[in-house]
Design a protein around this ligand. Structure first.
Ligand code: AGP
Length: 610
């Protein structure tokens, strides 16, 4: 998820572009840059790291001109370096992009065969070359962009200017957001409302497959096919703070709602639906010979440890590889028996968690191979690993991890399907069920969030004052029980415990009484009958039950004091849906209690201390 801005008018635009990027910094901050047309040339200034570095560079090399574009990057292809920073220039064209071009490898071959030199590792530069080639064929900027986008598969929001056409800005989008700002004798474009709010409240949200050509006094919207589009500007009355959260009260709530999109982006280009398989190029095993792997260690902390617990289920069931799950802080000090033939999979949203980083170093020292599953390209853990499987959740601002958790589940499931198909431990029929199930999941997640959030908010009000809460689950629902408990603990400060449902009778059942809500995660899966038995044990002791169950499960509705229903899916996919009401429950309890949901006390988003 990156941020893009554009301006065309009669004012000097570099300051506005930089300010617009500052308001989009929550969308990514690996590197940034501006391109401005000074009437004769397009000049570019880029800098790695936070926007402050770009501001420093601009102070040394001011950009003059009243047509320009800007970009703040969240790396998806190519590490955060200056050469990979946007804007990308090809011939007369300067371009910025937010999204993922799926067919960038094939397109790169095409343009190199036409003698173009590609300087960066990014998918974006390829689009700049395509536009430039069409412009060199005598097309105006809008036509060149239109023709180039017809060759592109994937997601994009782009802004483009040309040395040969001063005073013109062309933008287009498919799947990634793009907003036009309609000013007085000036026009704006941006990834999101916050970038434009200080300059205009008259905005037009572009739809997928639309192109807009902006000049100082005009804007024109057409479809990719060239048909004119008429759309009146809206008046946006959000405050600037509300705008950064897209109208949500907290980043955490926004990120809970972003999960379908984050999952789509993480799966994009990785599912081979024709062959019921996973595409090798995209899962980081290029340098790892899986035929030599006898055992896997999943190493992580916190929420990432919970996704790793689900990952063990996937790897052992689908790939039949013995798999251990380790808390990074414990693994480091255990003098583990690990070495060649062992694959360590380090799961970390930030890629910077010190406990996980040190555990990886320890494992490497003992001869293990390491694959990182991370959300931040070029972060410390992937940098020292033999391969990296990136989630594409975009920046996660809320300290409590939500969308990164579900994208980690997806990464671990993709890995398990990939290895299972190559070890012939996963038959094609079962693989097809899982691949097709994954493809449908983003839509189902969206429905579950929309369909349960009001009920969950009501349940949170009824049970939110409880001082102790138990979360129970079996099999794949056990890590979800742990995750639900962690979410509640870390943002509402309520004591909560996740427990294997089968363990209740070995002690914790002594805790049960009418003051202790018990959340039972009980989708219709291979553990269902036993979980119903555990639920009855709780019921018999006056425990109040909040059941997370499968639509149509009348037993759960009868036994539970509350029942929150999810659609029936393949067993391996239930965690993606059962976790959603638990994230919402923690959120609404915390919001009801008035705690600092996005930055809970004592916590940091990335724990870089031991
Ligand atoms: C999750 O809600 C917590 N904020 C925390 O447990 C987090 O998952 C843990 O610190 C690991 O972080 P990482 O995924 O960046 O390594």
């Amino acid at each position: 998820m990156c941020g893009i801005v554009g301006y065309v008018g009669q004012k000097e635009c570099a300051t506005m572009l930089l300010d617009g990027l500052r308001r989009l910094e929550y969308r990514g901050y690996d590197s940034a840059g501006l391109a401005v047309h000074d009437g004769k040339e397009v000049k570019v200034v880029r800098a790695v790291g936070k926007l402050a570095n770009l501001a420093t560079a601009l102070a040394q090399t001011p950009l003059k001109g009243s047509t320009g574009i800007g970009h703040t990057r969240w790396a998806t292809h190519g590490r955060p370096t200056e050469v990979n920073a946007h804007p990308h220039v090809a011939g007369s064209i300067a371009l910025v992009h937010n999204g993922i071009i799926e067919n960038h490898v094939a397109l790169r071959r095409q343009i190199e065969e036409r003698g173009q030199k590609v300087l960066s590792d990014t998918d974006t530069e390829i689009v700049a070359h395509l536009v430039n080639l069409h412009a060199k064929d005598g097309n105006d900027l809008e036509t060149a962009v239109r023709l180039a986008l017809r060759e592109v598969h994937g997601t994009y929001a782009i802004a483009v200017i040309s040395k040969d056409e001063p005073g013109k800005l062309v933008v287009s989008k498919t799947a990634s957001p793009l907003v036009l700002g309609i000013g007085e004798d000036e026009m704006y474009a941006g990834s999101d409302v916050p970038a434009l709010l200080p300059y205009t409240r008259k905005m037009i949200f572009l739809e997928d497959g639309e192109i807009a050509t902006l000049t100082q006094k005009s804007f024109r919207i057409t479809t990719l096919e060239g048909a004119p589009v008429e759309r009146a500007p809206q008046h946006i009355d959000w405050s600037e703070m509300m705008a950064e959260k897209a109208g949500f009260k907290h980043f955490m709530l926004k990120e809970i709602h972003e999960q379908p999109r984050a999952l789509e982006d993480t799966l994009r280009g990785r599912l081979d639906r024709e062959n019921a398989d996973v595409i090798a190029a995209e899962i980081g095993l290029a340098n790892i010979d899986i035929s030599k792997i006898d055992r896997i260690y999943l190493i992580a902390c916190g929420t990432s440890h919970h996704s790793a617990l689900a990952g063990r289920y996937y790897l052992e069931k689908l790939a039949r590889i013995p798999t251990n799950v380790e808390l990074a802080s414990e693994f480091r000090n255990r003098d583990a028996v690990i070495g060649k033939g062992d694959l360590v999979v380090a799961v970390s949203q930030s890629g910077e968690t010190l406990d996980t980083l040190m555990a990886v170093k320890e494992a490497k020292k003992r001869g293990a191979t390491v694959l990182a599953i991370a959300n931040v390209i070029g972060s410390a853990i992937p940098r020292i690993s033999d391969g990296a499987l990136y989630t594409h959740a975009g920046p996660e601002i809320g300290v409590a991890s939500t969308k990164c958790f579900s994208t980690q589940l997806a990464a671990l499931l993709l890995l398990s399907i990939y290895i299972g198909r190559r070890r012939n431990t996963l038959d094609p029929k079962r693989a097809r069920e899982l691949v097709e199930g994954l493809a449908k999941l983003p839509h189902q997640m969206k429905d579950v969030v929309a369909g349960t959030k009001q009920l969950v908010a009501n349940v949170a009000r009824r049970y939110g004052d409880a001082r102790d809460v138990l979360f129970l689950g079996r099999g794949l629902s056990f890590p979800i029980a742990l995750e639900g408990a962690l979410k509640l603990k870390e943002i509402s400060y309520v004591h909560a415990e996740g427990y294997a449902a089968g363990e209740m009778k070995h002690g914790p059942i002594a805790l049960i009484d009418s003051a202790v809500p018990v959340v039972v995660i009980m989708p219709k899966d291979s553990n269902y009958d036993k979980t119903v038995g555990n639920l009855q044990e709780v019921k018999a002791r006056e425990g109040r039950i909040i059941a997370i169950a499968t639509e149509g499960d009348h037993e759960a509705e009868k036994l539970g004091d509350e029942a929150i229903m999810i659609p029936e899916v393949e067993e391996e996919l239930t965690p993606f849906l059962t976790v959603l009401p638990l994230q919402l429950y923690a959120y609404y309890v915390a919001d009801h209690k008035g705690t600092d949901v996005d930055q809970p006390r004592n916590l940091a988003k990335t724990v870089t201390v031991e």
